[in-house]
Design a binder for this molecule. Sequence first.
Ligand code: HEC
Ligand code: HEC
Length: 346
Amino acid sequence: MKFKLLIALLGFGILLAGCKEQHGNEGAGNVETSNAVSNEPIQPIQPAIVKNPKYVELGKKLYFDTRLSKSGFISCNSCHNLSMGGTDNLKTSIGHNWSKGPINSPTVLNSSLNLAQFWDGRAADLKEQAGGPIANPGEMAFTHELAVDMLKSIPGYVTEFNDAFGGREITINEVTLAIAAFEETLVTPNARFDQWLKGNKNALNKTELAGYQLFKSSGCISCHNGMNIGGNSYQKMGLVAPYKATSPAQGRSAVTGNDADRFNFKVPTLRNIELTYPYFHDGEAATLTKAVDTMGRLQLGRKFTTEENAQIVAFLKTLTGEQPSFKLPQLPPSSDATRRPQPFSD
Ligand code: HEC
Ligand code: HEC
């Protein structure tokens, strides 16, 4: 008995020493956990570090401002609703004039952690991405010039842009810088799974843990890994058996022009996946059960039993992190000179 205790204490001491070397003085509370974290193919996400609070506050307003659309009705939040996991929960989005979008709207949550933006990765980063929807005829249907004119006609915005950008002229560059800065704050740390990774072994129950083991042992982890549990590579949808999509999207080949990249998509993040239904680029999987079944069959050639499927789904539901929380921004009012919305004209 005493001997065992001694060994345990000794072991603890060695661990402690090892950890001190790696992590400096993080405190003994992290000791057992640091090793666990480094051994897993998924890492916890860190809270956002705000580099420029003025950009963030301005970007937050722009994110909610429907006046960046021709109709005056659509904002970024229309399709990436921050009350709904940063998505619209629709198969494909509804754009200007109720037009049917070609593809499912991915979440903006944790999108700063992705290797590129869009399903096919055609935008390098959030700043480049943010200019797209404003001028996309099927989304906000505006132009960058009209958007900038609109902002310049609103005294409240002029003051705030001046303050944030030191009097620099407002162009689409400043608009997208601010939106991207806000989006960088939309990370969701402290999911139950992250708590488990950090050493709180009670954070997951047996079923959820079995789901994680299966997620690793069956091979899901080969594509969905890293901090965002995805978002870091392009992979073929329908690796083992073909996927019959209802969307015309061709995937990565549309960007590279290389036929071998056809149907390669950016692997989506699985963080907050319980909130971001429906699933896949065409939104055809309404439930997680269905998505997991499809992934098993088409990506791994494996048909999960009902119990296995339920275990993986239980694990996936532990990936919901703390959702963005802030005071709703109050948008500066239009002036007499501000262009009026055109919700019903083409
Ligand atoms: C009409 C709906 C709609 C609106 C409005 C809209 N988006 Fe999107 N967004 C989408 C769709 C659909 C996609 C996926 C398009 C694709 O991959 O081809 C997307 C993709 C994105 C992505 C890429 C995420 C990823 O992981 O690849 C980001 C970031 C994003 N939008 C941010 C914004 C911002 C910022 C705005 C406002 C300026 C905005 N969106 C306005 C529908 C919309
Ligand atoms: C070979 C790489 C690969 C493997 C293995 C893989 N996935 Fe995926 N996963 C993808 C890609 C690519 C997509 C996007 C496909 C699309 O939308 O057309 C995806 C999409 C998903 C989605 C939907 C995400 C969303 O937001 O729409 C879920 C859920 C998912 N995978 C879970 C799993 C699970 C569970 C496993 C293991 C059974 C698994 N994946 C195995 C590459 C993979």
